[in-house]
Design a protein around this ligand. Structure first.
Ligand code: PHE
Length: 286
């Protein structure tokens, strides 16, 4: 049960599903493995704490995140890892000073609807760190939820695409290279990057692509190198880096199909005429 009075739509559109299938194919061709994303409910721990997102961060507010009434808390977390995450937040380590505040287990236990698929990436990287290290390339495409006002470019639920590469000796150049490779498969060949901030990546970059039709640069995603404060408590070796990026599935779909209102694409106000006219139709089952 959700706090508040929110009804989530379960409509999907064929343009979006086509782009989704195309993206999956691109990742598979690039040698990426799909991550299991079949849990919409996640604990704050994996969604935020494991990602070195401080407990006072505004994204953790009920105005931004849908918290669950029942079950309101998670039952199981890996205790020794939780202790290391607490330490990195409170006092730092691995050459970091941490955030210097009292980290509260009750905050980490709170269940929510995942706000990004990076929650899945944090689980996967933790699992990877429990075995002798082997490089990996992972991707996911699935639904996320944010408690925000709906307008022509924002919905309370949408889909995220996420890619990550975990290997020894990766640099920002590798990230820029893999982003060029990935977006060129979508026909987006002109890219620009702008410094950005995420609690879990450093450096971080917003990704812009030049849209020939709109004759302007449009933001297409967010990216970065996961911070040691995230990776080292998991147990990944010191010389292992992770480059990652994320974007909403709705964004490239709108750009590629020239749709200018996100509500035409997904959610309760979707244009059923558009769905009926399109050749493939699938109703929001992931
Ligand atoms: N999680 C980020 C978002 O929700 C996207 C992202 C993924 C950024 C991976 C950097 C690295 O916007």
């Amino acid at each position: 049960m959700l706090k508040g009075n929110v009804v989530f739509g379960v409509y999907s559109d064929s343009a979006q599903n086509r782009v989704r299938a195309q993206l999956k194919q691109i990742f598979l061709c690039m040698g990426f493995e799909e991550m299991p994303t079949n849990n919409f409910v996640e604990s704050s721990f994996w969604n935020f704490d494991a990602l070195f997102q401080p407990q006072q961060h505004p994204a953790r507010d009920s105005h931004d995140t849908f918290f669950l009434d029942a079950p309101s808390t998670t039952k199981r977390l890996p205790e020794d890892y939780v202790e290391r995450v607490k330490q990195i937040h409170e006092t730092g380590g691995y050459e970091s000073r941490g955030y210097v505040y009292d980290w509260k287990r009750e905050e980490a236990n709170k269940n929510l609807l995942r706000t990004h698929t990076t929650a899945v990436s944090s689980r996967m990287l933790y699992q990877l760190a429990q075995k002798p290290f082997a490089p990996k390339k992972y991707f996911s495409i699935d639904r996320v939820f944010r408690n925000e006002a709906v307008d022509r470019t924002h919905l309370a639920e949408f889909h995220q695409i996420e890619g990550l590469v975990c290997d020894r000796g990766l640099t920002l150049c590798d990230l820029i290279g893999v982003l060029h490779d990935f977006f060129s498969h979508l026909g987006m060949t002109k890219l620009k990057f702008k410094p950005a901030y995420n609690p879990y990546t450093e450096p971080s970059m917003e990704i812009f692509s030049y849209h020939e039709g709109f004759k302007k640069w449009v933001e297409v995603g967010n990216s970065g190198m996961f911070r040691p404060e995230m990776l080292r408590p998991m147990g990944l070796p010191e010389d292992v880096q992770v480059i990652a990026w994320g974007l909403s599935l709705e964004r490239p779909t709108m750009i590629l199909y020239g749709i200018d209102n996100i509500r035409d694409l997904f959610g309760p106000k979707v244009d059923l005429g558009l769905i009926k006219k399109n050749s493939i139709c699938r109703l929001g089952i992931n």
